[in-house]
Design a protein around this ligand. Structure first.
Ligand SMILES: [Zn+2]
Length: 81
């Protein structure tokens, strides 16, 4: 048996910024957690890191903006890099 290394609880404190990808689930295209994603994600830089907001191809953002609520089955996933 290999002894378990302690996982979690410790965050990297090397000064590297966190990167968060906000990716639409069940979209019509496949998104990659990358700046080079085909949807042309928008980058927003914050003090603690960079948020990469991907754009859905099914227009769920517009529905959410208009109705103030999400589309059933069309949610968002946050991927930490
Ligand atoms: Zn994307």
């Amino acid at each position: 048996m290999v002894p378990n290394q302690q996982v979690g609880g410790s965050s990297p404190s090397s000064g590297t910024k966190h990167m968060l990808h906000v990716i639409p689930v069940n979209d019509t295209i496949k998104h990659e957690a990358s700046f080079d994603c085909v949807c042309g994600p928008t980058q927003r830089v914050f003090a603690k890191g960079i948020m990469v907001k991907h754009h859905s191809m099914d227009g769920r953002e517009k529905v959410e903006r208009m109705t103030g609520e999400g589309v059933p089955g069309k949610t968002w996933r946050v991927v930490e890099d």
